[in-house]
Design a protein around this ligand. Structure first.
Ligand code: TYM
Length: 324
């Protein structure tokens, strides 16, 4: 095991779905072999939109359970609730003094979310807290989907600014996105990304049963025409299904497109649905089989270790900035 570290996080704002699995979790799991891995249920981020407290408790817990079910291994990696390690918020404040207001106001997610749920300061400073999540553990790599590219750029920028002003404290972290499936699209609108907060039939959730998966994929919006081809311009619906198919079969997209080219959309969709159901089934079973106590135990012991690691970084930050 190297001493290189990886960090990533996910918000407890809805059911985890295929986009989360393919775009992020798959790398969270595989990177454990090479990096010391630190993963987080980012509950403070989720507070930037309204939550009902009783449901929030459950959403946090269920997401933690799902992260373990997909294969994050608490024997070698950390998994904790962001709010259990106060250092994230503390470092966020310090980084916020280096973040330009204009830059934050131009962030796509700020513009989208503030249109939907009204503006609040937390939504604006959201990416600064994300930078703090990453930098508090001095990590080298961050596995995320495509939609996090802007936030990772800001993180790198803040790390560089901090280092430039106060001396080298932070490594500059790399964004790691998969070659295929960095942006899994909605089943009902293949021009927008699959999202936890959209209608259930637009996404495959990782707790969906085989029946639900087959139904959703059969009714996925595809394109006019009948030839199966990988062509995002002309056939976004089919291209999205081809990427998903390739992920679950481990076969190159070109092979799959050649095999199903003239099979017809119906046959193609059945094959995709079977592959997805086979891949998701074991995750659902692992999730259903896991005890709540086990999850709670992992969350609290990881948080304790994460606090002690974050103490070390904050000591460096305090001494570099004169806050000693
Ligand atoms: P979140 O909770 O929206 O999503 C979690 C992860 O899933 C990826 N993802 C997707 N990948 C491919 N296709 C999709 N349709 C899709 N939808 C979501 C996301 O890119 C992400 O990797 N701001 C972050 C949470 C966060 C974070 C961090 C991430 C907070 N602090 C520090 C990394 C490092 C977010 O809202 O992810």
């Amino acid at each position: 095991m190297t001493n290189k570290r990886v960090f990533s996080g996910m918000q407890p704002t809805g059911e985890p779905h295929l986009g989360n699995l393919i775009g992020a979790f798959s790398n969270w799991v595989s990177m454990q072999d090479e990096y010391f891995s630190i993963y987080c249920v980012v509950d403070l981020h989720a507070m930037t939109v309204p939550n009902e407290p009783a449901q929030f408790v459950e959403a946090r817990h269920n997401l933690a359970k799902m992260i373990l079910a997909v294969g994050v291994d608490p024997g070698r990696s950390l998994l904790y609730y962001q709010s259990a390690v106060h250092h994230h918020a503390e470092l966020s404040w310090i980084l916020s003094t280096l973040a330009g207001l204009g830059h934050l106001e131009r962030m796509t997610q700020f513009k989208e979310k503030s249109d939907k749920s009204g503006q609040n300061l937390g939504l604006l400073s959201y990416p600064v807290l994300q930078a703090a999540d990453i930098l508090i553990h001095k990590v080298h790599a961050v596995p995320v989907g495509d939609d996090q590219a802007q936030h990772l750029e800001l993180t790198r920028d803040l790390a560089e600014r901090f280092n430039h002003r106060f001396g080298e404290v932070f490594p500059i972290p790399e964004r790691i996105t998969p070659e295929i499936g960095a942006r899994v699209m909605s089943l009902t609108d293949p021009t927008s990304k699959m999202s936890k907060t959209d209608a259930p039939k637009s996404r495959i959730d990782l707790i969906d049963t085989t029946d639900q998966i087959v139904k959703k994929i059969k009714s996925a919006v595809t394109d006019t025409g009948s030839v199966v081809a990988y062509d995002w311009e002309g056939q976004p619906g089919i291209s999205n299904l081809l990427e998903i198919f390739s992920y679950f079969t481990g076969r190159p997209i070109a092979d799959l497109a050649a095999e199903y080219e003239t099979a017809g959309y119906g046959t193609f969709k059945v094959a995709v649905a079977e592959a997805v159901a086979d891949g998701v089934g074991p995750i659902r079973e692992a999730y259903l089989g896991m005890s709540d106590e086990e999850v709670a135990g992992v969350m609290s012991s990881s948080a304790e270790r994460a606090r002690s690691m974050a103490d070390d970084t904050m000591a460096d930050v305090r001494s570099a900035t004169g806050l000693t």
